[in-house]
Design a protein around this ligand. Structure first.
Ligand SMILES: NC(=O)c1ccc[n+]([C@@H]2O[C@H](COP(=O)([O-])OP(=O)(O)OC[C@H]3O[C@@H](n4cnc5c(N)ncnc54)[C@H](OP(=O)(O)O)[C@@H]3O)[C@@H](O)[C@H]2O)c1
Length: 411
């Protein structure tokens, strides 16, 4: 019997990042054995994206449906082995697709960074996904693959070379160049709006263990994500990193899902490096001040609405091709064991983190589930990148997606 299913469907292929994923798949896997389709709500927009992919891509099938139409989504989900979902804000448009995958045992990856939505999805669909065999992996872009896999790598190294796990890890962004799309900004503003409407959401967002499995949503006191301090290990000033709000939650979820390889006392933090000395200190204050100002303006409804209408990119818009191609990121992950031994990993990526690199990361995550992680090794459920794919995804990202992961002992 021939398998007529697609290997994967890019759901949201007409969006800013969806289109980049299609470009990546067409250029890196076109002409090979990968059988994939483009999905979304507008046939016309999807055809325009397909036309832009070049002659070799004109036979890529298109599937259509609305993100709120459960019956249409059932049809799309049952036609494929894996869904790459980029239809966001996920809290507004993503739930039905994730639910359909959980129901039908179809693997799924997405780019959400919306903590409150992930918590809701874990509670609603963990049992169904476990029963159906669907591997649901959230956060397969810049948030949170480099953080989740960087931590995984440094801890595996510590256990293998120092015979002890890391009980404390800090990830610091050494350098990064990129921008934000309308879809990302809209998703962020939606989190702010939800937390203002519902105090329970605000409380959940403040919990470092918010998306850990049920029964594991508390733990040791964690370092603040609003860091503004000199770090003696790095010899450098640190300022807040905007993605820490989701990445720290994903890393703690991985620790719980993998049965605490970093121990239950594990402390994790993320920050941006701004440099040594007075310049670094001023840079840290400047960065923290800029973030604080944006947060204040986004928190007040009239200024938020002004930002949306006149300042920020709209859904469908994002960094230019040149900005994406000249972008990059460099992360340093410092792990310490209980005895004080230190290990340092470096994680880097070419292209701008949020789009050029993210499009490659999520595509490779989908292919890793499809080709590298057998169902016998990892069953259904809501997972994280590290807890489902770990070293296999590191290898794939290094071979195909312009990421590097290196590790050494620190002085
Ligand atoms: N984790 C990361 O590193 C990372 C990086 C990049 C993006 N993201 C996230 O990824 C998401 C997408 O970002 P983006 O910039 O690509 O956004 P975007 O350009 O606004 O794209 C959104 C996509 O969703 C589709 N859509 C919206 N409502 C729909 C509905 N009712 N039914 C079917 N499709 C619908 C849009 O279709 P139309 O074209 O027909 O409007 C479009 O294809 C956002 O949530 C963003 O935060 C995360």
């Amino acid at each position: 019997m021939t398998d007529t299913k697609f290997d994967l469907v890019v759901w949201g292929a007409s969006g800013f990042v969806g289109k980049l994923i299609c470009e990546y798949l067409a250029s890196s896997y076109g002409g090979g054995s990968l059988h994939w389709a483009m999905g979304g709500r507008s046939q016309e927009k999807l055809e325009a994206v397909r036309a832009s992919l070049g002659d070799g891509a004109q036979n890529i099938p298109i599937v259509t449906g609305d993100a709120m139409d459960a019956a249409a989504l059932d049809g799309i989900v049952m036609s494929t082995k894996v869904i790459i979902s980029t239809v966001g804000p996920y809290a507004l448009y993503g739930s039905e697709m994730l639910a359909a995958c959980a129901r039908h045992g179809v693997d799924y990856v997405d780019l959400t960074g919306e903590t409150q939505w992930i918590a809701k999805m874990v509670d609603a669909h963990q049992d169904a996904a476990q029963a159906s065999g669907a591997r649901i992996v959230n956060c397969c872009g810049y948030d949170s693959i480099p953080s989740d896999l960087g931590v995984f790598l440094v801890n595996e190294y510590a256990k293998a070379n120092g015979n002890a796990p890391c009980t404390e890890i800090i990830m610091a962004v050494k350098a990064a160049k990129g921008g934000a799309s309308g879809g990302t900004i809209w998703s962020l503003l939606n989190v702010i709006e939800e937390s203002q409407r519902d105090k329970a959401v605000a409380k959940l967002l403040a919990n470092p263990f918010a998306i850990a499995p049920k029964g594991a949503r508390s733990g040791p006191r964690q370092p603040s994500t609003n860091v503004l301090e000199y770090n003696a290990d790095f010899g450098i000033w640190l300022a807040p990193f905007v993605m820490a709000a989701i990445n720290t939650r994903v890393v703690h979820r991985s620790n719980a899902l993998m049965d605490y390889p970093m121990t239950r006392e594990f402390r994790y933090s993320e920050a941006m490096m701004t440099g040594p000395g007075f310049g670094g200190r001023m840079g840290a204050y400047g960065l923290a001040g800029g973030l604080g100002l944006f947060a204040a303006l986004a928190a007040i409804a009239p200024t938020r609405s002004f930002l949306k209408s006149f300042v920020l990119p709209k859904p469908g818009e994002g960094p230019s091709k040149e900005a994406r191609e000249t972008g990059f990121f460099k992360h340093v992950v410092l792990g310490k064991t209980e005895s004080g031994a230190k290990h340092v990993a470096h994680v880097t990526g070419d292209r701008d983190p949020g789009y050029g690199s993210t499009a490659k990361m999520i595509s490779e995550a989908a292919l890793c589930l499809l080709w590298d992680v057998p169902e016998e090794d990892k069953g259904g459920g809501l997972w994280t990148p590290a807890s489902t794919m770990g070293q296999k995804l590191i290898d794939r990202l290094e071979q195909n997606a312009g990421l590097t992961f290196t590790i050494q002992d620190a002085a």
